[in-house]
Design a binder for this molecule. Structure first.
Ligand SMILES: N[C@@H](CCC(=O)N[C@@H](CS)C(=O)NCC(=O)O)C(=O)O
Length: 318
């Protein structure tokens, strides 16, 4: 991680722990918003107006949070407005690295080798982990925002007519329902799999794992009669659920010990994942090779970095 803008060798993604040995995720530090007229958003400062070719998104295909932003960018047809760089799948001893691994790029915008260079360029006193996603402003040479939940909403409504305004991932009338679902699905499932995987006590693991499967069971029932979480409209709540489900059998079932059931044993959730993959633009944001390689390279969980051959994901076309 970075300490006062300098890289230190503590690179494992085991972050803070709570009193019971549970995993605690770092909160995001750059919280400015792109808005159509450059006025300030809900947090941070003003001065980040929507413009084509001004903003650049740094992501990892392995990362579910970064993948949220990739999906929102595709669905809002911002491909030609916001450019993207993809880091290599394996965390190195200096964190995320740019390079030539298939599907990854070098950093054409800043010429960085490691993602942490962007954090210290944006704030030469930064202390914290250098996480993806990062939304970078090429004009002001700084990080706009490194919180995926914010970036998804910015892509949805911050780019005005530069984006496809016929797509609304956070419709006014559904906001309370979306927020309520997010508030339950994030701790139990999206972050719950990480809390299970990185637990350092049996009690922390048991609690997290139980929460994961209770939520999957509930969602399986919820999807009995509805194509998406809130009915026929696909919203940001679906993006947030999908990114976890599509990684479930490939990574969380094995590496994170979330193995009470596999996703393939949930018929509605499996059909749901296929349905989302079939939305134009979504499938190209999913790279199973990066996901497996990336998760199974986490040395604290898998010291020899051996990547399993399975599972068979051909049902999903992956
Ligand atoms: N709050 C952030 C979390 C992002 C996050 O935790 N990213 C992980 C990858 S999945 C990361 O970059 N970890 C690198 C590290 O911890 O050193 C968001 O949702 O945007």
């Amino acid at each position: 991680m970075l300490v006062n803008g300098k890289w230190t060798e503590d690179w494992q993604p085991v972050q803070a722990k709570d009193a019971k040995g549970g995993f605690v995720r770092q909160t995001s530090s750059f919280r400015n918003w792109v808005t159509p007229d450059g006025s300030a958003g809900p947090t941070g400062e003003a001065g980040f107006a929507a413009e084509a070719d001004r903003y650049h998104l740094y992501v990892a295909y392995i990362c579910p949070w970064a993948s949220r932003t990739l999906i929102a960018r595709k669905l809002k047809k911002l491909d030609n407005v916001v450019s993207v760089s993809v880091v290599e799948p394996e965390l190195t001893d200096q964190g995320w690295r740019f390079g030539n691994y298939p599907g990854s790029n070098t950093d054409e915008v800043n010429g960085a080798i490691y993602l942490h260079e962007l954090y210290s360029r944006a704030d030469n006193n930064f202390t914290g982990r250098a996480t993806v996603p990062v939304l970078w402003d090429k004009k002001r040479n700084t990080i706009v925002n490194n919180e995926s939940a914010d970036i998804v909403r910015m892509f949805n409504s911050g780019f005005g007519a530069l984006a496809d305004e016929s797509v609304d991932l956070y419709p006014q009338a559904s906001r309370a329902d979306i927020d309520a679902l997010n508030a339950r699905i994030y701790p139990a499932l999206n972050n719950g799999v990480y809390r299970a995987g990185f637990a350092t006590t049996q009690i922390a693991y048991d609690e997290a794992c139980h929460g994961v499967f209770a939520m999957l069971d509930e969602l399986e029932t919820r999807l009995d009669n509805t194509p998406f979480l809130l009915g026929t409209a696909f919203t940001e709540a679906d993006i947030r659920l999908f990114v976890t489900l599509v990684r479930f059998d490939a990574a969380y079932h094995g590496l994170f010990k979330c193995n009470v059931r596999s996703l393939s044993q949930y018929p509605n959730l499996s059909t749901y994942v296929k349905r989302v993959l079939d939305i134009a633009g979504v499938r190209e944001t999913v790279n199973i090779d990066h996901i497996k390689k990336g998760y199974y390279s986490i040395k604290s969980l898998n010291p020899n970095s051996i990547v399993p051959n399975g599972p068979d994901l051909s049902d999903l076309g992956l």
